[in-house]
Design a protein. Structure first.
Length: 194
C-alpha cells in the first residue's frame, strides 16, 4: 500500500512540476530567507546540543558543539536530489529528515548561527556545471571552520586558504555566492578576478 501511495504522490507532483517550480522560484538575493536560526525546531535542536556540552559557552565550546551538530545531522538527515526544484525550510528538513544539499546546508547554517556562530554562511560554488555547497564559520580565534557533508570539519587560518582548498585554480569558469540569514553576496568578481 505504501508503494501505491508513493507512486500516486509522485504522479501528482510530476504532473504539477512546472507549476510548483514556478511557485517555488527563489531569486539568489532572496536566499537569506532559507536560514532560520530562530525557528522553534532549530531552537529545540540547539538546546539538545547545548545540553550535551553543558555549560555551553560560544568561546569555549563552539568547535566541539559544531562537531556534535554535524554528527547528529549526518545520522538524522538523508540527502537526495528530487526530480523537482522545491525549497524546504530548515524546520521542514528537520521534521522530514530528508532534503537536497541546499536544504541540508541551510539547516546546518541555521543551527550554527543559533549556537552563536553569527559569521556562519552557506557557500555555493558552481564550477563548470557542477555545484558544490558547503557551510563555513569563523570561530573565536578567527580560524575558518569548513563543514562538508560526510567529511570531518576542517580548520583553516583564513578564508583564502579555504577557497584554495575548495577551488581548482586552473578552472576559469567559476561562480560563487554566499548567504546567511542577514546577507547574500556574489563572490565571483572579488574572488576570481586577477
Amino acid at each position: 500500500m505504501l508503494r501505491r501511495y508513493n507512486s500516486l504522490y509522485l504522479s501528482i507532483i510530476l504532473r504539477y512540476k512546472t507549476y510548483i517550480e514556478q511557485s517555488e522560484n527563489l531569486y539568489l538575493p532572496d536566499t537569506p530567507k532559507l536560514i532560520t536560526p530562530d525557528s522553534d525546531e532549530v531552537f529545540a535542536f540547539v538546546i539538545s546540543i547545548k545540553n550535551e556540552v553543558e555549560p555551553y559557552d560560544f568561546k569555549s565550546n563552539f568547535y566541539e558543539a559544531s562537531i556534535k551538530v554535524l554528527e547528529k545531522l549526518e545520522a538524522k538527515i538523508s540527502i537526495l536530489q528530487l526530480p523537482i526544484q522545491f525549497w524546504q525550510t530548515p524546520s521542514e528538513t528537520l521534521l522530514n529528515g530528508i532534503g537536497d544539499m541546499l536544504d541540508y546546508y541551510s539547516l546546518l547554517c541555521s543551527i550554527l548561527i543559533s549556537l552563536g556562530g553569527v559569521a556562519t554562511k552557506v557557500l555555493v560554488l558552481s564550477i563548470e556545471d557542477n555545484s558544490k555547497v558547503v557551510v563555513y564559520s569563523e570561530d573565536i580565534n578567527n580560524n575558518v571552520l569548513l563543514f562538508e557533508h560526510s567529511k570531518e570539519v576542517k580548520k583553516f587560518k583564513n578564508k583564502e586558504l579555504m577557497f584554495k582548498y575548495l577551488i581548482d585554480k586552473n578552472n576559469s569558469d567559476i561562480t560563487a555566492y554566499e548567504f546567511n540569514d542577514k546577507l547574500y553576496r556574489d563572490l565571483t568578481l572579488p574572488l576570481f578576478s586577477s
